[in-house]
Design a protein around this ligand. Sequence first.
Ligand code: UDX
Length: 450
Amino acid sequence: MDTGFTEAVDATAPKLTVIGTGYLGATHAVCMAVLGYQVLGVDIDPHKIERLAAGDMPFFEPGLPELLVKALDSGRLTFTTSLDEAADFGDVHFLCVGTPQLAGSYAADLRHVEAAVTTLARSVRRRALIVGKSTVPVGTAARLADLMRAVSPAGDSVELAWNPEFLREGFAVDDTMRPDRLVFGVSSRWAEQRLREVFAPVIDQGSPVLVTDPRTAELVKVAANGFLATKISYINAMAEVCEASGADVHDLAAALGLDDRIGRRFLRPGLGFGGGCLPKDIRAFMHRAEELGVGQAVTFLREVDGINQRRRGRMVDLVRELAGGDLRGVRVAALGAAFKPNSDDIRDSPALDVASALHQAGARVRVFDPVAIDNARRACPALEYGDSAFDVATGADVVVLLTEWTQFREIDPAALRTVVAKPRIVDGRHALDPARWREAGWEYRALGRP
Ligand code: UDX
């Protein structure tokens, strides 16, 4: 993969560590090494580290496996499980550990972030910058900075900054190399300078830098995700109104999107948002706002979450309607399991949620997804799985499109019709052309369309 960058980083450039090699960390480590930096990737999971060091990407992300091999071949990317080693190696340490939703609460689980910062800080003996990239509730950096200073032998010469990451799965490489913006939440001029050095190739290529305090930087990320989630739920709320009134949300979204002030991106109606970020981030935001005594300012996010969850239930209802009012024994072909295309991520996936709900209602569900199928099988072993869209559709009473993979959008409706028992399709992602499917003899239904 040609990244369009030359490796223009010289020997005096800061040495980097990336702590936590999940989605965010692995991408960041690989991209920084490709840009020319010496990078040490750190994770507590030895299995993950072994795979990465062997050039084997533990998750699906277009373009990243090739860049991992390129980075390893350059000799600039190495991996370890030792934070002690990381403390010796790095001038700048990027914190990329997960902040999942805490079980039984809306709050973010900050244990991994706290553990990583304290363990690392205990070993740091020289001037260093720790840069948080994980999504955290506003005020976390200030608390971590106190923790860090209390335990580090280097005392005040270790500093903490926050640099939120906005990468989207499926576009992770491009979003890292050419982000819309870089946000530096810093407490000193020195920290800003260090970050400017570390991101020099990205800045030179044209990404704007916004320098602010760590609190604002933390908030930018959750506020952005809250906005995106709201935009999706807004159009899905309009879909509910369309369903009740007989209007067409697809045309409505197209007309709204043509207004420059609104814009068409993130205005695609359908099954709603899922994944490892938006759902848990808006919940953690509500929780944090409550703690700060301003819960009311974001109570609308509860509605955003509620609208989003209702889409899944409505999708099941639509399949039931199409099947004649009872799902028991109905053969359903579920196209898609990932929370969105170009990803093998099934965390809080609307697709898998709908497939499971159909199964629980008595339907015989067969699922196919081009890359998320193994993850889906592990998470939902009660569902049946097939080898292709045509395989799962064979003998089906209803086909449901749950994740808008290109290969599903390109299915020839006439050819698919020859294998199903009944030509009925519910398009959960507004990804198909209704006229084309109807012409081929299908009964076509979509959320929010007559
Ligand atoms: C998101 C943010 O976009 C990213 O900036 C942040 O760093 C992490 O969270 P990601 O989870 O990879 O990224 O997915 P994204 O492309 O934002 O999609 C989120 C969900 O919204 C998907 O389930 C997608 O299907 C859904 N979606 C998106 C819609 O339903 N309609 C839309 O118009 C857009």
